[in-house]
Design a protein around this ligand. Sequence first.
Ligand code: DX5
Ligand code: ZN
Length: 218
Amino acid sequence: MENILAPSILAADIMRLGEQIEEVSGAGAKYLHIDVMDGVFVPSLSYGVCVVESIRKSCAMTLDVHLMIVEPERFVEAFAKAGADIITVHLEACVDVRETLDLIHSFGCKAGISIKPETPVEALEEYLEETDLVLIMCVEPGFGGQKYFPESTERIRRTAELIAGKHPDTRLEVDGGITLQNVRTVLEAGADVVVSGSAVFADPASNTEAFMKILREE
Ligand code: DX5
Ligand code: ZN
């Protein structure tokens, strides 16, 4: 499977968002990672449905929507209709995980499950056959610019094994603290979709290019 870069717009300059999206897309990023935070599941607030809708109008990238909200099933339809391609919910936040995955698929979107650093990766196993993407958080969700938790590498490796044994088509995405210095480590552990916010948007075009060079080598 081709390795994919998913720049997180949490670190973008909102006043220049359109321009910066074109820069990361032009330099080879395929997914655009959109972090939705509700101030309850995580301590921060970010943005919601209308931002996805507005980006969709002028962006052909795969819109990778990461819902850090409680009871995400309440908003699946709205994000799907706004133009999300992938909707990822947190295992810890769903009333019923399987029903939520079904709901996401019923709107024609790909379904992802994410887990926080303290949730055992084995909790994902029973859902892998219905899951298009697993998102392993490598920091405590809620803020960009944090430092990668070193124990994440082993979690990525174990998740890659679970995926290989159960449903090899599931993508393995990693998020939080990924930089040009540690991206090889997560790729070698088995990740194939890499989210990066601050390390990309510090200099969108050239940093995307530098990430893509490594992603294509691995
Ligand atoms: C954190 C978000 C991440 C964040 C990543 O809760 O889910 O997507 O934007 O930012 P960096 O790459 O700066 O850690
Ligand atoms: Zn995210």
